[in-house]
Design a protein around this ligand. Structure first.
Ligand code: CUA
Length: 327
């Protein structure tokens, strides 16, 4: 091998190894497995992942091992560059083996996945008392949650533990495609304008990170949320309190932290201009027009908000006037 080629292949190998190991180190679980599942559907996804990983892992080691072995063992040594190796035609037994074995592997993977699939897509049967429906709405660039009693939260979904939670995943008509993904609680589900997709989970208590898994615009990367799985009583308390105080600054703060702050800072320019000195921040009518219609590059982030939601934002931004610079 000429020295230039040797140096280049070493560099490529080094870069590839670094990338692989850096990713594994960052993931913490060796980088080989999905995050720990906390819902039955997520468990089944992980099972299917491991099942496929075993086969692909073995095949990878065999193929790459043979490749390296052959490259070293049968490399051209001192022969002429134009010299051809021995020509071999046909090896019936070998050809049957390399056809039949992959067919069997594919059949095994297919059978396993189809066996697991119903428990991934469909929820276990539960009595009505043990079920909840929450609508998940994706918008540029935040997640909004609608609860059965009409309560709303933004950025943080609160859900009852150990009960089936049905999620209707939507995106508003004037928005774009997003994808709702809580890796600990199941797979990705697209949020598409004009269409309602369904998924579910039955979560263990805890707080789980959710993210948007569909490139949806300039702030796609910050379109995250949390799912807080809490005892049923705490969930009931939360949605009752939200409903009772639909225009309160608790919702207003969520709106500011998860909607406004994804593109704005108070005192410096971010994606959009700084907010603190903007008189619109405290002007009910002005802020409503901006949220409902958008302005310039800013999307109409609040086109489907209720009046109470806009009041909630004003209630919160009014508290910012009294405080010093924190953001
Ligand atoms: Cu929403 Cu990416």
């Amino acid at each position: 091998m000429p020295p230039g080629v040797r140096r280049l292949s070493f560099l490529v190998l080094w870069t590839a190894c670094t990338l692989v190991f850096a990713q594994a180190a960052e993931a913490g679980n060796g980088g080989l497995l999905p995050p720990t599942p906390h819902s039955p559907n997520a468990h089944r996804i992980t099972d299917a992942y491991i099942f496929v990983l075993v086969f692909t892992g073995i095949i990878f080691v065999l193929v790459e091992g043979a490749l390296v072995l052959f490259a070293v063992r049968y490399r051209r040594r001192r022969g002429a560059r134009t010299a051809e190796g021995p020509q071999i035609h046909g090896a019936t037994r070998l050809e049957i083996i390399w056809t039949v074995v992959p067919v069997l592997i594919l059949a095994a993977i297919g059978t396993f996945v189809f066996w697991k699939l119903p428990g991934i897509s469909g929820p276990p049967s539960a009595s009505a008392a043990n079920e909840t429906n929450i609508t998940v709405e994706g918008r540029q660039f935040y997640w909004m949650f609608h609860y059965p009693n009409g309560a709303i939260s933004i950025g943080t979904m609160v859900a009852p533990a150990n009960q089936v939670v049905h999620e209707a995943v939507i995106s508003s008509d004037d928005d774009v495609n997003h994808s709702w993904w809580v890796p600990n609680l199941g797979g990705k589900v697209d949020a598409i304008p004009g269409k309602t997709n369904h998924t579910w989970f039955k979560g263990a208590p805890g707080t789980y990170i959710a993210r948007c898994a569909e490139l949806c615009g300039v702030q796609h990367a910050v379109m995250t949320a949390h799912v807080q799985v809490v005892p049923r009583a705490a969930y009931d308390r939360f949605i009752a309190a939200r409903k009772a105080n639909a225009s309160g600054s608790a919702l207003g703060q969520e709106e500011f932290d998860y909607v406004c702050s994804n593109c704005h800072r108070l005192d410096s320019r971010y994606i959009g201009p700084a907010l603190r000195r903007n008189p619109l921040l405290h002007d009910r009518k002005g802020i409503e027009t901006m949220l409902r219609k958008g302005v310039g590059r800013m999307p109409a982030v609040g086109s489907d908000w209720t009046d109470a939601q806009i009041d909630a934002l004003i209630a919160y931004t009014n508290t910012l006037r009294k405080r010093g610079s924190q953001r």
